[in-house]
Design a protein around this ligand. Sequence first.
Ligand code: PGA
Ligand code: ZN
Length: 429
Amino acid sequence: MTDTSIAFVHARRVWDSRGRPTVETDVLLEGGAVGRAITPAGASTGSGEALDLRDGGIAFGGYDVTKAVANVNTIIAHAVAGLDATDQEALDERLIELDGTRNKRRLGANAVLSVSMAAAHAAASAGGQPLYRYLGGADAALIPLPQIQIFGGGAHAGRRVDIQDFMVMCPAAETFAQALDWTAEVYRAAGKLMEAAGSLAGVADEGGWWPSFSTNEQALDTLVAAIERAGFRPGEQIGIALDIAASEFGANGRYELALDGKELTTEGMIEMLTGWIDRYPILSIEDPLAEDDVDGFVAFTRAAGDKVQIVGDDFLVSDADRLRDAAIGKAANTVLLKPNQRGTLTETLDTRRVAAECGYATIASARSGETEDVTIAHLAVGWGTGQLKVGSFARGERMAKWNEMLRIEEALGAKARFAGGSVLGRSSL
Ligand code: PGA
Ligand code: ZN
């Protein structure tokens, strides 16, 4: 028994940004240090994700987590007692073994991840270090380039537009703080433009404006206009990032763009997207095709991978094996890292390592269902992901992450290196 051995684990049900239950876990170490973490939840999930264990039934739409909470408080708490919280790999290995399934369906990835993350927080606290420093050591100083949503769509805004995220990136900003300053102006300008045009219908799940556009391209036009109205040069100072989340409206090589009244084949999607790349200042496109459309990913990467970053989210589900396969086939050039898609920090970090080996860029990412938990900001710096995506520039659960990154950038002082545009994924020619 040492000071960093796990003495006590306790989970409780708390609520996320959609008003749904989720799992919060406290880990107490023998020496008195405490760590706490809350698991987030997706809405547009990939089928290869680790399982988010929900009770089903009537209460809270079936989203209750009493089983997941009980799993932490009984099976997991018992099994990890006495383990050293500073040996994250051994702890996560124990959790993986204990669950024993490929997708953590026995204990629930929501249960497992809350323990994995809370233990890391406790270990960092025991050493008197912020989490990013504990994870990344003294060299952890790369501050990520943020992808920040301006309009929400798809599953996050009643499918009012087909595309899920219309975001901006500020590759020419000199610091993270400046990237936020610029984004704040664009977010405000977009809101004003939409209000004037009668297309503002509220705020979507991740804090972006809830638009009522008549075509997907109108969203792109409005975004460019907002960048200009805010006083920036589109494409030079501020560019566009899209999360198409194509699995939400496509499968088996057919894509139903309801807003545009179009049904497209894989080739049609690639043609439409390469057309947008030619006409709009797009830097990054996530899930351009459905998760089952591997050939489509390969073809799109061949067509556009040297011009834009192509990100696999539902397609790769933060999975090291899927990423290896994608790299062999040259599908996408960037991977989104969402710890709850796997269920432990160690598995997610493994994917980050494979990305480095395969020359894929990485983006640490929150989920659409979030809380005040800011672990993801620390992972981005500790693991040197280079990019961070946590939603829009509104709503406390989003701002908590951006604000945490401001604190980290400030704490690192002269040592901080803002990633800027240097980290954008591009396929080598
Ligand atoms: P999700 O959305 O958390 O609902 O999956 C985020 C994303 O698709 O990137
Ligand atoms: Zn996505």
